[in-house]
Design a protein around this ligand. Structure first.
Ligand code: AHG
Ligand code: MN
Ligand code: MN
Length: 335
C-alpha cells in the first residue's frame, strides 16, 4: 500500500464515495474503534495495570467474570452512550439491555458486544478480543425494548472484532467485504493493512475443543473422525488442528489462511443450543466469514437467517472454509 489509509479515511470513503454507511454509523464505528484502543492499552498493561484476575462476580450466564470483562464492558458503555448515535446497547456481561440515558440524544442504532472474548486466556497472555454487531432500531419503535434486539444476523449493518494479540487488529465489515486495520501505537490510529479478505474454500485445518468429543452428536463425530484419519481415510489428506479457546483468535486465523471452526451443540447441557451466543458472537463472526467468501451454519440452517428469541441465546456454530462447512451440513442432513 503506497500511502497509509486510516480507519477514519476508510469510513469517510464508505460514507461519502460509496454511500454504504450514513454519517451516524461512521461515528459509531469510530467510537467503537476508540474504545477498542483503550481496551488494548489495558490488556497490554496486564499485571502492571492491575487488570488481571477474577472480579469475584458472575454474569447472567453463570460465568465467573474477570476484571477485564468488566473493564472492557465499562469502556464500551462509556464511550458509546453520549455521542447521539445509539439508542441502546446489549452485552454478554449485562443481564438486560442498556438504554442510552435521557440526558443524551438518542440515535437509531443498537450496539451489541462481547466486550472481552476468550476470558480464560487473559491471565495467561494469549490473544483475546472484543466482538461487536450493529443493528438498526426497528422503524416506529419509540422506547427501545429487548425485543428490538431480536433481529436475525442478516439485518446487521456493521460487524467486527478487535483482536488483542502480538498486534492489535480491527476487522470490520459494513457489507462491502472484509477489511483489516492494524493499530499503529506511535500514531494512535488504526491503519488499513488488508482489503478484500478472502477465506479459501478448502482447508487442511480444523478448530474444535477435542476434549468434548465424547459428548458430540454423530455428524460432528463423523466429520472430525474423517479428518483425523488423514491421508489414509476418506478425505485423502492430513489435517492439522488448532484451538486457541478465544473465538476472535480462531476466527482471525481462519480469515487469514482458512480453516473450519466448530463449537457444536453437545450432550453436556442438552437443553442449551450450544456454548456460543448468537447475537454478539455467532452473528457478527458469521457475517464477517460470509463477507469473506466463507460459510456459517448451526449444522442445519444458515446462522444469519436464525430468528433470535432471547438476548443471550446460544447457538451451535460451524464456520469457515466453504467446502468444509458444506460437508458438515451434508453430514447433518443425513441424520
Ligand atoms: P467468552 O470468553 O466471551 O465467554 O467466550 C469464550 C468462548 C470462545 O471465545 C471460545 O471459542 C470458547 O468459549 C472456548 O470454550 P472452551 O473453554 O469450552 O474451549
Ligand atoms: Mn466470547
Ligand atoms: Mn466475553
Amino acid at each position: 500500500m503506497s500511502s497509509k489509509i486510516s480507519l477514519s479515511r476508510y469510513l469517510v470513503e464508505q460514507q461519502r464515495d460509496k454511500g454504504n454507511i450514513p454519517a451516524n454509523l461512521r461515528l459509531l464505528l469510530e467510537v467503537v474503534a476508540r474504545a477498542c484502543k483503550s481496551i488494548s492499552h489495558a490488556v497490554n498493561k496486564g499485571a502492571l495495570g492491575g487488570v488481571l484476575g477474577s472480579a469475584d462476580s458472575e454474569n447472567v450466564q453463570g460465568e465467573v467474570q474477570k476484571k477485564l470483562d468488566i473493564i472492557a464492558n465499562e469502556v464500551l458503555l462509556e464511550a458509546n452512550e453520549w455521542g447521539g448515535h445509539l439508542a441502546a446497547m446489549a452485552s454478554e456481561e449485562m443481564d438486560s439491555i442498556y438504554l442510552v440515558p435521557n440526558r443524551y440524544p438518542q440515535g437509531e442504532y443498537l450496539l451489541l458486544f462481547d466486550p472481552l472474548d476468550g476470558s480464560s486466556n487473559i491471565d495467561v497472555n494469549v490473544s483475546i478480543g472484543t466482538i461487536f454487531s450493529v443493528l438498526k432500531k426497528p422503524e416506529g419503535s419509540q422506547s427501545v425494548t429487548e425485543s428490538d434486539f431480536l433481529q436475525p444476523g442478516k439485518n446487521q449493518v456493521a460487524a467486527g472484532y478487535c483482536v488483542y494479540g502480538p498486534q492489535t487488529t480491527l476487522v470490520l465489515t459494513v457489507g462491502d467485504g472484509v477489511v483489516m486495520f492494524t493499530l499503529d501505537r506511535e500514531q494512535g490510529s488504526f491503519v488499513l493493512t488488508q482489503e478484500n479478505v478472502q477465506v479459501p474454500a478448502d482447508t487442511k485445518e480444523f478448530a474444535i475443543n477435542m476434549s468434548n468429543m465424547r459428548h458430540w452428536d454423530e455428524p460432528v463425530r463423523r466429520y472430525i473422525d474423517e479428518c483425523l484419519q488423514g491421508k489414509d481415510g476418506p478425505r485423502g489428506k492430513d489435517f492439522n488442528m488448532r484451538w486457541i479457546a478465544s473465538m476472535v483468535a480462531d476466527v482471525h486465523r481462519i480469515l487469514t489462511r482458512g480453516g473450519v471452526f466448530m463449537y457444536p451443540w453437545d450432550k453436556r447441557e442438552p437443553h442449551k443450543a450450544g456454548k456460543l451466543r448468537l447475537l454478539y458472537e455467532a452473528n457478527p463472526m458469521s457475517w464477517l466469514i460470509e463477507q469473506a467468501g466463507g460459510a456459517s451454519t448451526n449444522g442445519r440452517q444458515r446462522i444469519l437467517d436464525l430468528q433470535p428469541e432471547l438476548l443471550h441465546e446460544r447457538v451451535s456454530v460451524v464456520l469457515g472454509s466453504k467446502n468444509e462447512v458444506e460437508r458438515v451440513t451434508r453430514y447433518h442432513d443425513k441424520t
